[in-house]
Design a protein around this ligand. Structure first.
Ligand SMILES: Cc1cc2nc3c(=O)[nH]c(=O)nc-3n(C[C@H](O)[C@H](O)[C@H](O)COP(=O)(O)OP(=O)(O)OC[C@H]3O[C@@H](n4cnc5c(N)ncnc54)[C@H](O)[C@@H]3O)c2cc1C
Length: 397
């Protein structure tokens, strides 16, 4: 991989960011890239490799050092997601579910006691976390969720099913995640559901994996599972924040999720662009390199310009994000995900086209990136959900 256009200052605002990008890129080249194709083919999550991200300080990238994290900002999180995803988006999705949906969520919303108990091991990678919001019958319409938690003395009793949970299981045997943050209904106020978050640990009675979801089109290097909660009694100390107050947690966590998913899209777009540039120089047709043909130039040039425009938008949004403030940036977290996910899919598609038959084969990487990119238009909010949210925000008086 070459090209100075990946390293402009905007994408590495400080020396610390540049060092982070360099070290993640070296790790990715040495350890992530060699295993990516195989783990996609086998539909297997690489747990030992995941644990190594803990040794590098990446699993708690945004968490204060006092809890075992690296104490960095949203831009740092974007850098890590872009770099890992440029090689293995499936593995990166497992990283995102742990480091953003679980670890960052708990760091922002948990109590001092909960953070001290859970975060050091989660940042080190000795425990794997997940976040369970979606359900079999409720995805975009998340407020309709059917999972409930009712207070019973010093406990809460959780009942319901969660669907599509990344890291929901950590192996083929269906071992559940060590820890899961689960959203559940705890009542109603003025006709609106009250949502609460609970921390459930593996081994608690009534928490089990329903099934590992197999045969996904892409993101096969991450595990996706259905989780079942049956009369699951958790101590009242498992409640995160105040009872019924979690809609705000959920919405703020979705913001960093969407920006991180946009960063993953940048990684896919960049890698696809690099693949088509390289191939167009090496491959000849009609006695000339492919890049001498106008139609191939259009694929390359449009991909470059679109990638650069989207990078600017994603890094600018990350730079303005304060993970610890109550005020978020909902419209741009929807905006970056809306535009970069389809960009990634389209650029991967063009790369396949430029590589011809070879592009359609796993060894040449871009067909895997294309399959992985499609998920980004669905997970963490569908394109239609982003369109709805942005329009609602822009038309509000
Ligand atoms: C591989 C994978 C990993 C995932 N990981 C997680 C995870 O870790 N945790 C988690 O909680 N969830 C996870 N999800 C779930 C994901 O967030 C949902 O799939 C997503 O939110 C969409 O929900 P749905 O699949 O139920 O689709 P639906 O909400 O049923 O949508 C179906 C279609 O209808 C459209 N639609 C729905 N409502 C509207 C509307 N009002 N206007 C216009 N169109 C609409 C949608 O855009 C979509 O095109 C994951 C999903 C996948 C596939």
């Amino acid at each position: 991989m070459e090209a100075g256009w990946r390293d402009i200052d905007l994408l590495n605002p400080t020396d610390e960011h540049k060092m982070l990008r360099d070290s993640v890129r070296s790790f990715v080249t040495a350890e992530v890239e060699p295993q990516a194709l195989d783990h996609d083919r086998q539909e297997k999550f690489n747990l030992p490799l995941f644990r190594k991200l803990g040794d590098l300080g990446l699993l708690g990238i945004t968490v204060p050092e006092a809890y075992g994290g690296s104490g960095l900002d949203a831009t740092a999180a974007v850098i890590v997601h872009e770099e890992i995803s440029a090689s293995d988006p499936g593995f990166c999705l497992a990283y995102l579910a742990h480091s953003m949906l679980f670890v960052n969520n708990l760091a922002v919303n948990g109590s001092e006691e909960q953070k001290k108990k859970i975060l050091p091991a989660a940042c080190a990678g000795t425990r794997v976390g997940a976040m369970a919001m979606s359900e079999p019958n409720y995805g975009t319409d998340v407020m309709g969720m059917e999972t409930t938690a009712r207070r019973d003395g010093d406990h809460y009793v959780i009942d319901g099913q969660k669907m599509w949970i990344t890291n929901g299981c950590i192996d083929d045997a269906g071992t559940p995640a060590d820890d899961v943050l689960i959203y559940a209904k705890t009542g109603e106020k003025n006709g609106r559901p009250m949502i609460s978050t609970f921390l459930v640990e593996r081994g608690q009675d009534g928490y089990e994996v329903g099934q590992k979801i197999r045969d996904k089109s892409g993101m096969r290097a991450s595990n996706t599972a259905e989780l079942v909660f049956t009369n699951c009694r958790v101590p009242k100390t498992s409640l995160i924040g105040e009872e019924g107050e979690s809609v705000h947690h959920m919405m703020r966590n979705l913001e960093i999720e969407r920006v991180a998913l946009a960063a993953m899209s940048l990684g896919i777009a960049r890698r696809s662009l690099e693949a088509m540039v390289k191939y167009s120089k090496e491959r000849k047709a009609f006695g000339k390199p492919l890049h001498s043909f106008g139609q191939i130039q259009r694929h390359i040039a449009e991909s470059y310009a679109e990638y650069r425009a989207c990078s600017t938008y994603v890094y600018d949004t990350a730079r303005r994000m304060d993970l610890w403030s109550d005020r978020g940036n909902r419209v741009d977290s929807d905006g970056v995900k809306l535009i970069t996910t389809t960009l990634a899919k389209n650029i991967a598609d063009r790369a396949i086209q430029v590589l011809g038959g070879y592009g359609y084969v796993g060894e040449y990487v871009v067909e895997r990136l294309w399959r992985d990119a499609k998920l980004l238009e669905i997970g963490g909010g569908t394109l239609e959900a982003h369109q709805k949210n942005i329009t609602r925000d822009l038309t509000r008086d």
